[in-house]
Design a protein around this ligand. Structure first.
Ligand code: HEC
Length: 112
C-alpha cells in the first residue's frame, strides 16, 4: 500500500518544525545590541593605550597627545588599526570595528 505524501508530510511536519526551532534556539542570531564592552571606549583606552598616550590621551608620552586632534576620523582609525612600525602596535585584529569607533568617540570627547 502506498501512503499518500500528504499524510506523511502531515505526520512529520511537527517534528520538522520543532527541530528547526530547536536549532534556532541553539544558534541564536547575533545580538543587535552592543555589548557593554563595545561602548566603554574610555576603559579600553585606559587599559590598552594609556601607557603611551598619557593622561587618557591628553598629553604626549611615548605617543602623541590625542585630545583635540586635527586629524580626520579616517586617519585616526587607520592609525589605530594599522599602527606604525617601530612606534605603535596595530590593533585591527585586537578590537572590532565597533570597539575602534568607541575608542575614537572617546578620543573625540576628550577635553584638554
Ligand atoms: C607602544 C606605545 C603605544 C601604544 C600602546 C599605543 N600607541 Fe598610539 N601612537 C603611538 C605613537 C608613537 C604614535 C605616533 C605614530 C606616528 O608617528 O604617526 C601613535 C599615534 C596614534 C594615533 C595618531 C595620532 C596622530 O595625531 O597622529 C592615534 C589615533 C593613536 N595612536 C591611538 C592609539 C590607541 C587608540 C591606542 C590603543 C588601542 C594606542 N594608540 C596605543 C604609540 C602608542
Amino acid at each position: 500500500m502506498r501512503i499518500p505524501l500528504l499524510i506523511v508530510a502531515a505526520i512529520i511536519w511537527p517534528f520538522l518544525s520543532t527541530a528547526a526551532l530547536a536549532q534556532q534556539a541553539a544558534n541564536p542570531l547575533p545580538q543587535a545590541e552592543a555589548s557593554p564592552d563595545d561602548i566603554e571606549g574610555g576603559k579600553m583606552f585606559a587599559t590598552t593605550c594609556g601607557f603611551c598616550h598619557q593622561e587618557g590621551g591628553r598629553h604626549a608620552g611615548r605617543g602623541p597627545k590625542l585630545s583635540k586632534s586635527e586629524r580626520s576620523d579616517e586617519y585616526l582609525i587607520e592609525r589605530i588599526k594599522k599602527g606604525k612600525v617601530g612606534a605603535m602596535p596595530a590593533y585591527g585584529s585586537v578590537f572590532s570595528d565597533g570597539q575602534i569607533i568607541a575608542i575614537l568617540a572617546y578620543i573625540r570627547g576628550l577635553d584638554d
